[in-house]
Design a protein around this ligand. Structure first.
Ligand SMILES: Cc1cc2nc3c(=O)[nH]c(=O)nc-3n(C[C@H](O)[C@H](O)[C@H](O)COP(=O)(O)OP(=O)(O)OC[C@H]3O[C@@H](n4cnc5c(N)ncnc54)[C@H](O)[C@@H]3O)c2cc1C
Length: 396
């Protein structure tokens, strides 16, 4: 494992930090959402504005190849980039699904016409994308999905329902996994379509999460006509394309170096005078819990470096990604849970409540944290992967 960044990477850090210092105003910082999944309606416009500013300066999709408008930044530089964004408390860019998942998938599988039509619009956020995989009866086991597409001349006609579709209420386009051959074995009868969300027959119904945000949706498809030109890969071979997208999703979620910073914030919270003029920090049991979380967050950051180092050496992301995803999402939950415990009754006050501590950010984070243990593969599924593919245990 190598802890040092080379001079080229340090120069990259210096350039990006200085750009952020000169361009990130207070208004943009206000759009900083307290959690990666947080998405207040009003902040979308501010995030979009920020995205356009970053894009104009060449700071969106930095890992993309230059021919598609990226900087071909190395993995190390991508890590530095996310560290600097977190340090500056910059808002999240919009179109995460487009940039992290759809663009790279189209670069690998798309026809030339599909690349021409979509790729630059994804990066600029002129085209917002969502991911239509999960259904009411197909989540962890997504290959059991039931949404059907039937051929009709130059079109597929789609009927069915997707659920938990993040950003569908903002989206112009959707990557949609559908069943085109119900008689084939489950993984062999699927196809991967690009669907215009404004097509007649598409209905989007926002779902309100326990944070109060409506970040994801139910999406209904009622005789939606999709041109055959929008098929990615071959008909009935969509699973291979879908797996490529999932690989990009999993390799992007793992590292949460920001959790160390989060525990530092937790320690500050514990020092606030709360009980009889004293902070909970006076209690050695609280200090031990915070210190333990700090040690775990540091260990996780170093484990992230180890994965980064092996990928920089050219090794493909392996099932160890599941270790990071599991550890980070569960640790995030425990950090926020302790914060809410320390706040006592105040922990129930959400953003906007007059007496909410620190604007209710901890209760928001606590409520949002559970979603991270589910999105991108639940903790139980990660444990199965670790058991079977890392530890070599027999299949359950
Ligand atoms: C914030 C958020 C955003 C999301 N965004 C999107 C999106 O944009 N697009 C999209 O398509 N989906 C999205 N999802 C859906 C997500 O992919 C699914 O929720 C996830 O895959 C789990 O599927 P499920 O909810 O159907 O639960 P199920 O698969 O029904 O699981 C229910 C429970 O059973 C457990 N379980 C299931 N199978 C096993 C097993 N084999 N062994 C042990 N335990 C098991 C699970 O761990 C879970 O606890 C999002 C989810 C969240 C929380």
């Amino acid at each position: 494992m190598d802890f040092n960044f080379d001079p080229e990477d340090e120069e990259f850090r210096r350039q990006f930090r200085s750009w952020l210092e000169n361009n990130l105003g207070d208004e943009e910082r206000a759009a900083h959402s307290p959690d990666p999944l947080g998405e207040e309606g009003a902040s979308w416009e501010r995030r979009l504005h920020w995205h356009r500013k970053m894009h104009a300066a060449g700071w969106a999709g930095i890992g993309w190849p230059r021919q598609y408008g990226g900087r071909a930044a190395s993995l190390t530089q991508q890590y530095i980039y996310s560290e600097e964004l977190a340090r500056a408390r910059a808002p999240q860019l919009v179109n995460g699904i487009g940039i992290l998942l759809v663009g790279p998938t189209l670069m690998q599988w798309g026809t030339e016409a599909q690349k021409q039509r979509h790729i630059s619009r994804i990066l600029s956020a002129d085209e917002i994308w969502c991911q239509g995989y999960s259904e009411p009866n197909a989540g962890s086991d997504v290959a059991s999905l039931a949404t059907r597409a039937v051929e009709d001349g130059d079109f597929f006609v789609v009927n069915g329902q997707k659920v938990w579709t993040s950003d569908a209420h903002h989206a112009d386009m959707c990557i949609l996994l559908v069943r085109t051959d119900p008689s084939a074995p489950r993984h062999q009868g699927l196809s991967y379509l690009l669907v215009d969300m404004r097509s007649p027959g598409v209905t989007v119904r926002p779902l309100v999460q326990m944070t109060g945000d409506a970040g994801f949706n139910e999406v209904f498809f009622d005789n939606v006509r999709v041109p055959k030109d929008n098929l990615v890969g071959e008909k009935n071979k969509g699973w291979q394309v879908a797996i490529t997208t999932l690989m990009f999703e999993r390799s992007g979620i793992g590292t949460r170096a920001d959790l160390v910073e989060r525990v530092v914030e937790l320690a500050k919270l514990a020092r606030r005078p709360q009980r009889n003029g004293h902070g909970a920090w006076q209690d050695s049991a609280v200090r031990q819990q915070v210190t333990r979380l700090y040690a775990e967050a540091t260990a996780l950051k170093l484990a992230g470096f180890r994965q980064l180092t092996s990928r920089v050496k050219g090794l493909a992301p392996g099932p160890e990604g599941s270790l990071l995803k599991l550890a980070a999402s569960e640790l995030n939950l425990r950090i926020n849970r302790l914060a809410v415990q320390l706040l006592g009754a105040y922990g129930q006050l959400v953003s906007g409540a007059p007496c909410a501590v620190e604007g209710g950010v901890w209760s928001y984070r606590m409520l949002a944290a559970r979603g991270l243990t589910i999105a991108g593969g639940t903790s139980e599924i990660q444990r199965n992967i670790i058991g079977e593919r890392v530890l070599g245990l027999p299949k359950g």
